[in-house]
Write a protein that binds this ligand. Structure first.
Ligand code: NAI
Ligand code: MG
Length: 367
């Protein structure tokens, strides 16, 4: 039997609460689709600081290395805010994990069911059918990492700071490939976002992307947009997009814009894919909800487990090729939310259920 080797890192805050639900759902679909699960659970973030003194213990790293995907909860909160910034849960756990596994592609579905359009700040008439697009962000290149990077006091008394934006064609092709694979699973339309009217890296980006799609994915419909226009289009008519992909800094901004346009953070999943292949010939990845540890609702059975459950579905799809199981989960979540069973964050004042009841409803829908 095919077995999926997963490192489970619930973290702190609402992480452990919503992770329970995701694991129950995973077990259920594993039985239905006939694959096995080999899950090992490790401390990370605040939970690891409390138990081991550091946010990312060596044992956790080892556990992740031995696995083929990481299912991550969330980390951070007021309890650890007095620590030096470098030791705080997010910086000391999530960033090193991204680095350790060269997680170069961040995938964020912008999904808003038609039943939840009032969660969006956009006028309902702009998105009568909800929103369903995917934003893919290059995560390890560009201006956040390019060298030189410096601040210098000049002889004339002024101060100058420098950041450098660097991209290689190979890095661009790698992220274009992720976008293409996502587009083939969806509507077949890809929009590449750059600033090719101003930036050298964007000129290379556009040329590389154009050649890559012509050669490798001629069946897909490729378009290009400048980032300033893309930012406007995302709020004026988001559904013109199917798959959107872009470099690191533009993607940082556009993916957050997309999240807010989609309204409810408790519904949004994400994936970060790494270099290389796991034993299934697919990318290693880290899968986590778009939101954080939600300290304001921790321990109250209020957290929406859907983002974590949908992250688990993305893991099945991208790191294990279990498309049918992923579809099962996504459909079950959609049906349950449509039926009106909702946690407080998406109930709009109507009766809400707690985390546990929400998971129960999704389990029941799975059959
Ligand atoms: P947050 O996403 O934790 O919370 C923002 C708001 O959204 C809160 O009102 C919260 O209750 C709500 N929310 C988030 N997830 C929810 C869910 N599943 N169901 C219902 N409501 C939900 O962001 P915030 O407040 O900026 O950060 C809190 C802590 O989380 C900080 O320590 C921050 O550093 C950390 N954080 C961690 C992330 C991660 O682990 N990847 C990402 C973002 C923030
Ligand atoms: Mg951001």
């Amino acid at each position: 039997m095919k077995t999926l080797k997963i490192a489970v890192l619930p973290g702190d805050g609402i992480g452990p609460e919503v992770m329970q639900g995701a694991l129950a759902v995973l077990e259920k679909v594993a039985g239905q689709e006939g694959f096995g699960l080999d899950c090992s659970t490790w401390d990370v973030g605040g939970a690891a600081i409390d138990n081991h003194g550091v946010a990312l213990p060596d044992a956790t790293k080892e556990g992740c290395r031995a696995a083929e995907a990481i299912l991550f909860g969330s980390v951070g909160g007021p309890k650890w805010e007095s620590l030096p910034p470098k030791e705080q849960p997010e910086r000391a756990a999530l960033l090193p994990l991204r680095k350790e596994f060269s997680l170069f592609a961040n995938i964020r579905p912008g999904l808003l069911y038609p039943e939840l359009v009032q969660a969006s700040p956009l006028k309902e008439e702009r998105i009568p059918q909800g929103i369903d697009i995917v934003c893919i962000r290059e995560l390890t290149g560009g201006i956040y990492f390019g060298q030189p990077k410096s601040t210098t006091e000049l002889e004339d008394g002024d101060v100058e700071a420098i950041d450098t934006m660097v991209y290689r064609a190979s890095e661009i092709r790698r992220i274009a490939e992720v976008a293409a694979v996502a587009a083939r699973e969806r509507g077949g339309r890809v929009c590449s976002v750059d600033k090719a009217n101003v930036l050298e890296t964007s000129v290379l980006w556009r040329k590389t992307v154009t050649e890559f799609f012509a050669k490798e994915y001629p069946d897909l419909e490729l378009s290009h947009l400048y980032v300033d226009n893309a930012a406007m289009q995302l709020v004026s008519n988001p559904n013109q997009f199917d798959v959107l992909f872009t470099e690191n800094m533009f993607g940082d901004i556009l993916s957050d814009e997309l999240a807010v346009v989609c309204g409810s953070i408790g519904m949004l999943a994400s994936a970060s894919l790494g270099k290389g292949e796991n034993s299934h010939g697919l990318p290693f990845g880290l899968y986590e909800p778009a939101g954080g540890s939600a300290p304001d609702i921790v321990g109250q059975d209020k957290a929406n487990p859907c983002a974590q459950i949908l992250s688990a579905a993305m893991m099945l799809r991208y790191s294990f090729g279990e498309t049918a199981a992923a579809d099962r989960i996504e459909n079950a979540v959609k049906k349950v939310v449509k039926s009106g069973v909702r946690t407080g964050d998406i109930a709009f004042g109507a009766d809400a259920v707690g985390t546990h009841k929400m998971v129960e409803a999704i389990m029941a829908e799975l059959g």
